[in-house]
Design a protein around this ligand. Structure first.
Ligand code: FES
Length: 104
């Protein structure tokens, strides 16, 4: 599936997402260094924070307690926040839009 990534400047880029990868990997592989992803995807850093478009957000599997707690530590959490390393690429997210959240 293809997804759209929006960087800090508001520029939109469409990237190919490989099923089975997570969205953090897709964004990093797409060359976006604004997404720090310091822990490498083990749900312990919260530097892979993104905002998801509302339609896609509603379709995603529920977040774990760990993800929820980590997001609470961010000053920039919104009701559309997710940690991108915890979002798996499936056909369901085709056309989704992920906006890289500001750094805390
Ligand atoms: Fe660290 Fe996602 S990369 S929580």
């Amino acid at each position: 599936p293809q997804i759209t990534v929006v960087n800090h400047a508001g520029d939109e880029t469409v990237v190919d997402a490989t099923e089975g990868h997570n969205v953090m990997e897709v964004i990093r592989e797409g060359g976006f260094d604004e997404l720090l992803a310091l822990c490498g995807g083990c749900c312990s850093c919260a530097t892979c924070h993104v905002y998801v478009d509302a339609d896609t957000f509603a379709k995603l599997p529920a977040m774990s307690e760990d993800e929820n707690d980590l997001l609470d530590s961010s000053d920039h959490r919104t009701e559309l926040s997710r940690l991108s390393c915890q979002v798996k690429v499936t056909g369901d997210i085709a056309g989704a839009r992920f906006t890289i959240a500001p750094e805390d």
